[in-house]
Design a protein around this ligand. Structure first.
Ligand SMILES: [Zn+2]
Length: 153
């Protein structure tokens, strides 16, 4: 057993996110860039409790938890704890991050440059949209612009 002196840090500031912050978005809360972020950057981990995907599918049938994020057909992350800041990332049909899994962990990586103040978004996929979006459908920037165009016609 290793027995070096282990310092315990009480300073929590090093855990504070500096690249993003929770803020007010069009549809409630969202996650926003707190600095300019380059493309290809591993930005945030989607944390939570790992549950069997089989169980997650049952929960989805009742539309009971919109924070379920499937890693593969074995494991799904229940990201509903508020400590999971990635749960504030809203859907976009033209997102600026994509999800990737690495040994059972789920991370969001930027797919283009994100300017300070810009909302951080991810495409959560058709199934999520069908289950958890209201009758108005998707309200992301892309779709909102589309809807405005259609109204004008
Ligand atoms: Zn959309």
């Amino acid at each position: 057993m290793a027995k070096a002196k282990v310092r315990t840090r009480k300073d929590k500031s090093k855990n504070k996110p500096t690249l993003y912050r929770v803020g007010r978005a069009r549809t409630g809360l969202g996650l926003f860039a707190a600095a300019d972020i380059p493309s290809g950057k591993l930005l945030i981990e989607y944390t939570g409790i790992r549950i069997p995907t089989r169980q997650a599918r049952e929960i989805d049938k009742r539309r009971a938890n919109k924070y379920l994020f499937e890693i593969d057909n074995r494991f799904t992350i229940d990201g509903s704890p508020r400590s999971n800041l990635a749960r504030y990332v809203n859907h976009s049909c033209d997102p600026n991050t994509e999800a990737e899994s690495n040994r059972g962990r789920l991370m969001f990586r930027t797919v283009r440059k994100i300017a300070k103040g810009e909302e951080i978004t991810l495409d959560y996929g058709e199934e999520h949209m069908e289950l958890y979006f209201g009758p108005g459908g998707c309200l992301c920037d892309v779709c909102a612009t589309e809807k405005k165009k259609k109204k004008k016609r």
